[in-house]
Design a protein around this ligand. Structure first.
Ligand code: NAD
Ligand code: DAU
Length: 350
């Protein structure tokens, strides 16, 4: 029996994690605590919102009173912490909100959990979901991030996530507080806010808008389908060793420009356009400040210790993702127009 607090469950990855837990474990109670920032959208959870083992609470992870109440009311035994400000470009223009949510919010959650569990940590777990960006930037060689790679965050986003990882580990070492951390590579799939590369570009291709590739498009990312990430989170929740870190990745490196061309051709094919039509939309623009060159994950530990490997091939995952955005034009329209935010702000007005 578990009463699981999932933070950030209305976001991209969080919504996939919630759906998986709610449907796979009817005996668990799943509580979704989400502030509903611009990135949180309860539309993502429409299909399970009335499930008997699911509760939504609107609130901020920095709010000590509210978080303590959530722990007590729902007798929380496990936390899967995903709530974060997650977009690198936003962190460059507004770093402080990243410190507030990612660092102070995580610290507040840790303290509220420690207080509520009253230092009795049997059958308790604080699972912190982090990113490979804490490891910094790799060269254009065959090197990979392992769990031993030294932290070297280089954007305000990754620095705030690195700080939160350090705080989580500090609780483990100082208080024997039960934690586990995973650091994952770039996710893609349904329900991703169209500010990140893949959904932004799919939306722009559909609408015949320019595709702003930063710099020369030579940067490399390691892409993983969000449902593979949700599977990994499920496995780590149940079988991860306390105090450990697990890297999660897709063994799937792409330069941005090759990926953008693949997206153009995939959408063209699905819309019956001549191959090459959408490539005309590619526009090279000023590079992102401090743009990390390459991320790539060595995921052998989670494979060897817990038996997780990705299920999706990239070709099938990307084609399915393009189909999802084409078939969910209403979702995309509500998100890009801001209608979703107006609706839920009114519904949860305090
Ligand atoms: P997202 O931006 O789509 O969603 C974040 C969610 O957190 C939203 O629902 C938002 O409303 C909520 N939130 C933000 N601030 C909050 C606050 N102060 N209190 C309560 N809720 C708040 O993010 P995502 O892409 O789904 O990422 C989820 C987590 O996974 C993050 O911790 C991120 O660092 C990590 N991660 C993401 C990726 C990726 O490729 N997207 C890869 C590795 C790790
Ligand atoms: O590696 C995991 C991380 O992946 C997560 O922790 C972050 O939350 C997530 O946002 C993602 O970070 P990136 O910065 O790698 O993702 P993004 O989709 O913003 O960009 C992917 C690459 O595409 C990156 O090299 C920048 C480039 N890019 C992005 C955008 C939005 C462009 O060239 N043009 C764009 O318009």
């Amino acid at each position: 029996m578990k009463n699981i607090l999932v933070t950030g469950g209305a976001g991209f990855i969080g919504s996939h994690v919630i759906r998986k837990l709610v449907t796979s474990y009817p005996e668990y109670q799943i509580v979704n605590l989400d502030k509903l920032t611009y990135a949180g959208n309860l539309e993502n959870l429409k299909d399970i919102e009335n499930a008997g083992n699911y509760t939504f609470v609107k609130g901020c992870i920095t709010d000590e009173k509210l978080v303590s109440e959530v722990f007590a009311t729902h007798k929380i035994t496990h936390v899967i912490h995903l709530a974060a400000e997650s977009h690198v470009d936003r962190s460059i223009s507004d770093p402080l909100i990243f410190v507030r949510t990612n660092l102070i919010g995580t610290s507040n959650l840790l303290l509220c959990a420690k207080n509520y569990w009253a230092d009795d940590f049997d059958n308790k777990l604080f699972y912190h979901v982090s990113t490979d960006e804490v490891y910094g930037s790799l060269g254009m060689d065959n090197s990979l991030f392992t769990e031993q790679t030294a932290y070297d965050p280089r954007s305000p986003y990754s620095a705030s996530k690195a700080g939160s990882d350090h705080m989580v580990r500090a609780f483990w070492h100082t208080y024997h507080f039960p934690i586990v951390i995973s650091n994952c590579s770039n996710n893609y799939g349904p329900n991703q806010f169209p500010e990140k590369l893949i959904p932004l570009f799919i939306n722009n291709i559909i609408n015949g808008k320019a595709l702003p590739v930063y710099g020369k498009g030579e940067n490399v990312r390691d892409w993983l389908h969000v449902k593979d990430h949700a599977d990994a989170i499920d496995i780590i929740l149940h079988h991860g060793k306390k105090g450990e870190t697990y890297n999660i990745g897709g063994h799937n490196e792409w330069t941005n420009i090759d990926l953008v061309r693949l997206m153009c051709d995939t959408v063209d094919q699905k819309l019956g356009k001549e191959t090459g039509t959408s490539r005309e939309l590619i526009s090279f623009v000023k590079d992102r400040a401090g743009h990390d060159m390459r991320y790539a994950i060595d995921a052998s530990k989670i494979d060897n210790d817990l038996g997780w490997t990705p299920n999706y091939t990239f070709e099938e995952g990307l084609a399915e993702t393009v189909d999802w955005y084409l078939n969910n034009s209403e979702w995309l329209k509500n998100v890009t127009s801001g209608a979703y935010k107006e609706y839920y702000d009114t519904m949860y007005a305090s």
